[in-house]
Structures are given as structure tokens and as C-alpha cells.
Design a binder for this molecule. Structure first.
Ligand SMILES: Cc1cc2nc3c(=O)[nH]c(=O)nc-3n(C[C@H](O)[C@H](O)[C@H](O)COP(=O)(O)OP(=O)(O)OC[C@H]3O[C@@H](n4cnc5c(N)ncnc54)[C@H](O)[C@@H]3O)c2cc1C
Length: 367
């Protein structure tokens, strides 16, 4: 009999999700993570479980299921949910039209359209240029850099998962996982390596032209600014499929292309989240063929200023996040052997969809 029912390589949100889904079936699980401390995509992000604007169908269903699991996990593991709900702010008539159209769809049923005065009532620091908004009540936000290590510890201490930190997975074998510190005998193997996907699925990565997307992120100290939830600006409406595919998005796209070509070229849109100490996490840009640089930061700050009136704001931290993108979306998935899977999320939504994806894989492997 194998030492473990399942060995998981990678302790980002996807690895944690697969391990959790397996423990919920009473399976014996090991996790192998090459980094001694989490430092990849899953701790570089906003910690934002985003529902508004998600594509109808599988993505929205995965977010809804993952949100349920987030609520269970944060409750059991004592992880604070720092913000609930999102305020989507429009600074053009065309973006208001997108929000109105979205609000009339079944996905928008729980959202509330807000005139400019109501936006300002909820969000005193909304900039003077805001013409309206939409409140979505269901978003969750955790501090990813704290939550991801906390979930790993909780799996280890409360769920009996064996965790090998600082150990690198080398290859999937028929009956387990080869690592740099020996073989782990397991009935099934799941490798969720994030942007290291080409190491485990080289053919798939080449065929789908998998490569890194780099995102500039900032932390601002902004005394006096209090967010009513996570705030999203209207450039985001062109990035989230559930908004971007609406009929009214065409006019917004045209206007933004004319008014903000540099933001469009750098893939800048602005999401603002608030941490427990009051500081703001602000991002991001999307660079597919080069590093982020000071231009990304300037464009993000420019867009931030168009959304939030924060006169004394200063950048206190900055980092570049990386996630994989590919011609295949929302994920790359391969079965190198019948009892193994390699999975990487390629739509940049792993925090919002990961728990559901984990349950789906475990159901495939264990019935
Ligand atoms: C700046 C930024 C903002 C984002 N914002 C959001 C958001 O608002 N909402 C949302 O839903 N998503 C967001 N995302 C996307 C989300 O963070 C990712 O989709 C998600 O974290 C992917 O999780 P993962 O576990 O697949 O990958 P990762 O977090 O990259 O984890 C993979 C892990 O595998 C390990 N690993 C790799 N190779 C090996 C090996 N050989 N052996 C052992 N371990 C290995 C790595 O060290 C790493 O810890 C954002 C991402 C970024 C970068």
C-alpha cells in the first residue's frame, strides 16, 4: 500500500485546494513545496475573490463554489476576511452603461446600481470625476501573504497533511513523485506548479505558447482613506469577461483606446484593496513581453488618482507578480499518467476559482 493516497507538488492556492478536497474525503495527503516560505502568485495578489464581471458558465460557477469554501476555510482556520463586497466605479457615461447592462443580467441580480451621490455616500474618498457605480455584495478579500501560509499550517496541524517545505518535485512517476530529497510513494499525484508549468508539461506548454505575465503591484499609505469594500475602476470593465463581452462595452473600449492608449498598452486597470493597517494594495499592469518598470507604476498611480482622492498618498512597497498565460484558458491540464494531473490556471483567477478546481480534480481521480 502507498504511503499516501495523494501527493501534491506546489503549495499555492491550487495546491492547498487539492490537498483540502482530498482530506475532506478522508484521504492521506502530502504536500511538497520548493520554497521554504510562500512567495509566488498566490501571495503576490490582491487576495480578492471576485464575482462581479466573471464570465457566465464554468468560471462563475467555480467562483461561487470557491467562495463557499473560502468562507468555511477562513472560519475554521481563523483567517480574517478583511473586506466584503466590491464597489465598481464609473468615470464615464460609457462605463455607467456597462454597469447598467450588467445589472440587468441574471449575474447582476444581487448588485445595486448607484448614482454618483450614493457612491460618494459610501465612499467619501471617491474622486470628483466619478459619475456612478455598482455595488456587488459577494466579494471576499483576505490578505494573501498571511492567508496562504495560514491555510498550509492549518492543513498540517488540523487536517493531518504532511508538508515538506523547501523540497523540489523533479518528476511524476507511475507510483508517486520523485523529489530532490527522495521518492514519495503515493496512489495519485497532482502537480500545480504555477508559472513553472513547462517543467512538468513541456509539450502542452509549448503547444499553447505558455509564458509569464508580469504585473506591477503597489502598497500605498493613504491616511484618511477608508474603502467600503474592494474598489474597481472602469478600465477593469474591459478586462473582466462578464463586462467586456456586453454589447455596451464596445463604446467604452473605443473611448478608453482614444483617451488612455498608454494604459491600454501596459494592460493597466486599477483595483484597490485595504489591509488591516489601513494601507492600500493597488494594482496592476499586465506585461507579456517585458519586465514591469517605472512607467507601469506611473500609469497605475495616474489611474488611482482618477478614482480616489488621496492627497497624502505615498508608495511604501512595490512588487512584481507573475502568473502563467497561454492560448488555452482558463487552465492548462494534462495527465502524464492515469493517476496524475498537472494543472496551471491561465486566466489570472486562481484565488477566485482554485478551491472549485481542486474539488473537480479530486473527483476525477478518486470518483
Ligand atoms: C499581481 C497578481 C494579482 C492577482 N489578482 C488576483 C485576484 O484578484 N483574484 C484572483 O482570483 N486571482 C488573482 N491572481 C491570480 C492568482 O494569484 C493565481 O491564479 C493563483 O495564485 C495561482 O495559484 P497556483 O497555486 O496555481 O500558483 P502559485 O501561487 O504560483 O503556486 C505554485 C507553487 O508551486 C511551487 N512549485 C513550482 N515548481 C515546483 C516544484 N518543482 N516542486 C515543488 N514546488 C514547486 C511554487 O514554488 C509555488 O509555491 C493574481 C495574480 C497576480 C500575480
Amino acid at each position: 500500500m502507498a504511503a499516501f493516497d495523494l501527493v501534491v507538488a506546489g503549495a499555492g492556492i491550487l495546491g492547498l485546494a487539492h490537498a483540502l478536497a482530498a482530506t475532506r474525503r478522508g484521504l492521506k495527503v502530502a504536500i511538497v513545496e520548493r520554497d521554504p516560505h510562500a512567495r509566488r502568485s498566490s501571495v503576490q495578489n490582491f487576495g480578492f475573490v471576485t464575482l462581479a464581471g466573471q464570465a457566465e458558465g464554468v468560471t462563475r460557477s467555480r467562483v461561487l463554489r470557491s467562495r463557499e469554501v473560502w468562507l468555511e476555510v477562513t472560519d475554521s482556520a481563523g483567517i480574517p476576511v478583511l473586506q466584503r463586497g466590491a464597489l465598481l466605479v464609473a468615470r464615464r457615461a460609457e462605463s455607467l452603461a456597462v454597469l447598467e447592462e450588467y445589472g440587468a443580467t441574471p449575474s447582476g441580480a444581487r448588485c445595486e446600481l448607484l448614482p454618483a451621490a450614493a457612491v460618494r455616500q459610501r465612499f467619501a474618498a471617491a474622486s470628483a470625476g466619478i459619475v456612478g457605480g455598482l455595488h456587488s455584495p459577494d466579494e471576499l478579500r483576505v490578505e494573501a501573504r498571511d492567508a496562504i501560509p495560514a491555510i498550509l499550517r492549518w492543513l498540517e496541524e488540523a487536517k493531518g497533511v504532511t508538508v515538506h517545505r523547501g523540497r523540489t518535485a523533479l518528476a511524476i512517476e507511475a507510483n508517486g513523485l520523485a523529489t530532490d530529497a527522495g521518492f514519495i510513494d503515493a496512489g495519485a499525484v497532482v502537480v500545480v506548479p504555477g508559472s513553472n508549468v513547462a517543467a512538468f508539461a513541456p509539450g502542452l506548454a509549448t503547444r499553447t505558447r505558455a509564458h509569464d505575465c508580469r504585473l506591477q503591484m503597489l502598497r500605498l499609505r493613504a491616511p484618511g482613506v477608508e474603502l467600503p469594500g474592494v474598489v474597481m475602476g472602469d478600465l477593469s470593465f474591459l478586462r473582466y469577461e462578464g463586462f467586456a463581452t456586453l454589447r455596451s462595452a464596445a463604446a467604452l473600449r473605443e473611448r478608453v483606446a482614444a483617451e488612455q492608449p498608454r494604459h491600454v498598452a501596459a494592460g493597466v486597470h486599477v483595483i484597490v484593496a485595504q489591509s488591516a493597517d489601513g494601507s492600500l494594495v493597488v494594482g496592476d499592469s499586465h506585461r507579456y513581453d517585458r519586465e514591469c518598470d517605472s512607467e507601469d507604476e506611473a500609469l497605475i498611480l495616474d489611474e488611482f488618482a482618477a478614482l480616489v482622492h488621496a492627497p497624502g498618498a505615498e508608495v511604501v512597497d512595490r512588487w512584481t507578480g507573475i502568473y502563467p498565460v497561454a492560448d488555452a484558458k482558463p487552465l492548462l491540464a494534462e495527465s502524464p499518467t492515469p493517476r496524475s494531473r498537472v494543472i496551471a490556471v491561465t486566466n489570472g483567477l486562481g484565488m477566485s476559482t482554485g478551491f472549485a478546481i481542486g474539488e473537480e480534480t479530486i473527483a476525477e481521480l478518486f470518483g
